[in-house]
Design a protein around this ligand. Structure first.
Ligand SMILES: Cc1cc2nc3c(=O)[nH]c(=O)nc-3n(C[C@H](O)[C@H](O)[C@H](O)COP(=O)(O)OP(=O)(O)OC[C@H]3O[C@@H](n4cnc5c(N)ncnc54)[C@H](O)[C@@H]3O)c2cc1C
Length: 431
């Protein structure tokens, strides 16, 4: 009895979306995995540092997940036998110029104590944060949140203190968006996140946030060993074209023919790579925007508040530079990854001042989809892009079908979209 040859599938992009698709297809297809970088993982980017005779894996983009909001990704880690680790929760907001800081503990104080012990500015933030979470929930269910966050806050009469001392800091941290784009985010998406997670964001108060033991590189290595693809590392794809009986994939080394392709790059990159997009692909990819942030892994405590007893896993800072208030995020990686070391490691996002050069371990530029009302509206039809075509798209610009339209941009969203692209492909080949 002869067995039919497996279809040849090109997976382009070895971030979590591409890895997820390749993993699902591994027994049904002959997989070639193209990755432009010289490493696998995309935003699962662990830097391994030598520390007192051992290797510490420190994540620099994707860091946290939790089981309830990451069901598909959690199952995948379980299948691979990759462990996760809980971390000491807690957040801290700080203003480097004034020294004002407040965090998990202060947000839980009674109002009289806030009034007695803290400046009026924090009193305003404390009250409006409570109002925002309570009213936001009601407005969400009454469907009054389908507008940009900035407008939602205007309508609710929220103060500048609250916007710049709370909203901006949390949103920068959760979605890695620069401050100027936060007001464009759908209010629904922001409120839905806080309803599903802790009020106050990544504080680890109610949600058991976890990191991957050894860093996310652990799951990337285990998945690639299970998939065992033909690897084309450091090979940027420069064109993808659907033909009558297959897909051609071009790199500078030449053009290869496949039966199908999974295009797991970012949406704007997919737009540029599709040589001859159909109408649905053109329409779907037309309006997706990305923004860049600079992540730096370093050991310079200047980015942190002076009082180290206030250092939490999640630190949201602000500082005035050139007359402008600049928010930034500082992850305290020792606490976040839960390791002990004589050296303090930080990952800062868009820290607006100079860090001491000798304390910088790595600088990394990441791009993230801009989550605005257009992207959220697109989620209603986005999965149609993979119908009736040999090229299946996926990435964190898709939502997770199991969750809802507001789950965009996360590891679960990217992972689930890769899974869905693979399932769609498997239906096409009758597997
Ligand atoms: C700073 C930061 C922190 C984050 N933290 C978290 C977090 O804690 N939790 C969370 O859930 N999410 C987090 N995210 C969101 C994160 O982006 C997603 O979780 C997810 O990792 C994105 O996966 P992806 O596969 O869509 O894209 P990517 O991981 O970016 O993968 C795309 C891959 O395609 C490759 N590629 C692109 N063009 C080509 C080409 N022409 N040829 C070949 N290869 C190509 C790229 O090199 C890359 O490897 C964070 C994002 C950032 C930026």
């Amino acid at each position: 009895m002869s067995t039919a040859p497996k279809p040849r599938v090109a997976v382009i992009g070895a971030g979590v979306a591409g890895i997820s698709a390749a993993y699902k297809l591994r027994e049904h297809a002959e997989i070639t995995l193209f990755e432009q970088d010289d490493r696998l993982g995309g935003h699962a980017n662990t830097i391994e540092v030598e520390d007192a005779g051992r290797t510490l894996g420190i994540d620099t983009a994707f860091v946290v997940m939790n089981r309830p909001s990451y069901p598909n990704f959690s199952r995948f880690l379980d299948e691979l036998g990759v462990a996760t680790k809980e971390h000491a929760g807690g957040f801290n907001f700080f203003d480097l110029d004034t020294g004002l800081q407040y965090g998990t503990d202060e947000m839980n104080l009674p109002e009289e104590e806030v009034a007695a012990r803290y400046p009026a500015e924090f009193g305003t933030i404390w009250r409006e944060a409570r109002r925002f979470h309570a009213e936001g929930r009601k407005d969400f269910f009454r469907k009054r949140t389908d507008l940009p966050l900035g407008e939602y806050l205007d309508r609710g009469g929220y103060s500048e203190e609250f916007r710049y001392g709370y909203v901006i800091l949390l949103c920068t941290a959760v979605w890695s968006v620069p401050a100027e784009l936060i007001w464009e985010m759908p209010a629904t998406t922001v409120i839905a996140f806080f309803m599903a997670h802790d009020e106050g964001g990544l504080g680890g108060q109610r949600v058991d946030w976890r990191t991957v033991s050894g860093g996310s590189i652990s799951y990337v290595r285990a998945a690639i060993a299970a998939i065992d693809p033909k690897l084309r590392l450091s090979q940027p794809v420069i064109g993808v074209r659907e033909e009558a009986d297959g897909v051609s994939v071009a790199t500078t080394a030449g053009t290869e023919q496949f039966d199908y392709a999974v295009l797991a790059t970012h949406g704007d990159q997919a737009r540029a790579l599709l040589t001859d997009p159909n109408e649905v692909q053109r329409r779907t990819l037309a309006a997706i925007r990305y923004n860049a942030s600079l992540a730096v892994l370093h050991t310079d405590p200047a980015a942190m508040p002076g009082d180290r007893s206030r250092w939490e896993s999640w630190n949201y800072g602000k500082v005035e530079v050139d007359g402008r208030t600049r928010p930034y995020v500082a992850y305290y990686m020792n606490k976040l990854h839960g390791f002990e070391s004589a050296t303090d490691y930080f990952v800062t996002l868009d820290y607006p001042r100079e860090l001491r050069e000798e304390l910088v371990i790595r600088e990394l530029r990441y791009e993230h989809p801009v989550i605005d009302l257009d992207l959220r509206t697109l989620q209603q039809t986005i999965y149609q892009v993979n119908e009736g075509t040999r090229i299946k798209l996926c990435g964190s610009y898709f939502h997770s079908k199991q969750l809802h339209h507001d789950q965009i941009g996360s590891h679960e969203a990217a992972f689930s979209s890769g899974l869905d692209a693979a399932q769609n492909l498997l239906r096409a080949i009758g597997a």
